[in-house]
Design a protein around this ligand. Structure first.
Ligand code: MG
Ligand code: MG
Ligand code: MG
Length: 307
């Protein structure tokens, strides 16, 4: 019997770490299946940096859950974000910090959701609730995910629970949060080797709302203009996806992690929604979004409501 644990497509650090950490928790809970942490895509550079730092093997790359007897979802619930055949799988647990949408099961399940900044914050609570000891490696992995999802506590998604968990985990892992956190985040901003279509797929999510379909990709950087140097190639790929998937709106959000601002390349027949939501003008397909760093809190709800 096999239990697969998977995060979302275009896996970010939280999806990867949550799969690894949840696998460790399941073993402690006495799950006797073969427990296999999995991923639905390539690692980003930030995640690679973290796995190298702690000398931990990446989850198994999969494109289907057909070999699993049951599946545990971490860091997502939407089937749009999951394995293509997830609707046919038995989902036994979900641990997540996103809104619940496009999700349905035929059987009862364990579902733990909290509006905190990171799935690993919830996993940390699960360790504590169940008196499972946290070793320094798993503490480091969870800490890294919290730093990643909260942009070192600067994102509006970050809650006091995330900060408290991070501080306790940093203690266990014996890590200086700020210096390690900056190194880790900066490792993820090295975008030099990515093609335009790879850039768009580092961290990309699709949404349906009010009969419209939109996609929001996001990259982190310390220099927005250096990413915009490839603007015409990026626009070309975005326009291809717009026609392929009949998208009404596509935002490619470039986030400056030091100054906590973003610029977005905005394309699609509903582009004016972005001007309305942020009270801004789109100039040569680019909108400046001051203070915007969180897709989950500052982009998706507002676009969903207005599209
Ligand atoms: Mg995530
Ligand atoms: Mg997350
Ligand atoms: Mg994210």
């Amino acid at each position: 019997m096999k239990t697969f644990i998977i995060g979302h497509k275009c896996p970010d650090t939280d999806s990867i770490m949550s799969a690894l950490v949840m696998a460790n928790l399941e073993k402690n809970f006495g799950n006797t299946n073969e427990i296999i942490p999995c991923r639905l895509g390539n690692l980003n550079k930030e995640t690679e940096y973290i796995l190298n730092y702690f000398n931990v093997e990446a989850p198994m790359l999969i494109d289907s859950v057909k070999d699993a007897d049951d599946v545990i979802l971490v860091d997502h619930n939407s089937f749009l974000e999951s394995a293509p055949d997830i609707a046919d799988a038995k989902i036994s647990k979900v641990i997540d910090h996103h809104r619940i949408s496009n999700f349905e099961t035929t059987e009862p399940l364990f579902y733990m959701a909290e509006p905190v900044g990171c799935t690993c914050t919830i996993l940390y609570e699960l360790y504590r609730m169940n008196n499972v000891e946290i070793d320094s490696t798993y503490a480091g992995l969870m800490l890294s995910a919290i730093i990643s999802d909260s942009l070192l506590f600067k994102s509006p998604t970050c809650t006091p629970k995330d900060i408290k968990a991070a501080e306790e985990l940093a203690n266990i892992a014996n890590i200086d949060i700020n210096s390690y956190g900056l190194d880790m985040l900066k490792a993820g901003t090295d975008l030099s080797s990515f093609s335009a279509s790879e850039l768009i797929n580092i961290d990309s999510k699709e949404f349906n709302a009010n009969g419209a379909r939109f996609q929001v990709s996001q990259v982190n950087t310390v220099d927005i203009d250096s990413v915009l140097k490839n603007k015409s190639e990026i626009e070309f790929v975005m326009n291809e996806l717009i026609s392929q998937k009949s998208l009404d709106l596509f935002m490619f959000v470039i986030t400056d992690i030091l100054n906590c601002n973003s610029k977005a390349i905005v394309l699609g027949n509903k582009s004016s929604v972005v001007e309305k939501v942020y009270n801004t003008t789109i100039d040569d397909n680019v909108a400046f979004l001051p203070g915007v760093v969180s897709r989950k809190k500052q982009i998706v709800p507002q676009i969903t409501e207005n599209i």
